[in-house]
Design a protein around this ligand. Sequence first.
Ligand code: HEC
Length: 198
Amino acid sequence: MKTPLMISLTLLLTACATPETRTVTQVEPAQPKQIEETRAVAKALGSQLGGKLKEAMTASGPAEAVSVCKNIAPQIANDLSKQTGWSVSRVGTRARNAETGPAKGWEAEALASFAARMKQGEKPDTMEFAEVVTDASGKHMRYAKAIAMQPMCLTCHGATDSIPEGVRARLATEYPLDQATGYSAGELRGAVVITRPL
Ligand code: HEC
């Protein structure tokens, strides 16, 4: 049986929970300046990582470059997140890193919209998604920049039988849940995703 105290506690808890669940998420377009600033950070991630990757592929070969990718990619993303105070990461249409790679919520929606836009003939190189959202956690910008497969990516993300044996062995050990193979050049691979408090 519920005592009056328990009933009033229940009412109090319900009353506290209500504003949170009732908060209407407001979505507005991002300002050109906000997009420009955020794009610059997404581009920095792409170019810093691309540079390190090419360097490692040439210097030590693709099998060693797997470890570089494993360690350097999250490090660059973390450094950029620290520098900006935003959350900067990469997601895939299929994930290699089962923890950080899968696209969640709005990120998955952004990827789906990129796929639809590519079907309409839009090129992935300049494709981006941006919106400003207000929800229970405040006002923030969501930004995604499409990542397309380039020929050099295929060494590690192409058809399984075209991936060098040494790379395949490394991937099997480091990423037993890897789903990020079987891509072809030009295909949508994923996105740089940024959440920026405003
Ligand atoms: C030397 C092998 C190698 C090459 C070459 C390579 N990648 Fe990857 N890729 C990896 C590894 C390893 C990971 C997982 C990194 C991690 O653990 O965060 C990864 C992860 C990713 C992710 C993050 C999402 C996920 O699946 O976890 C994206 C996006 C991605 N790669 C795109 C590319 C693109 C685009 C290229 C070409 C410019 C490329 N990769 C070239 C090995 C490679």
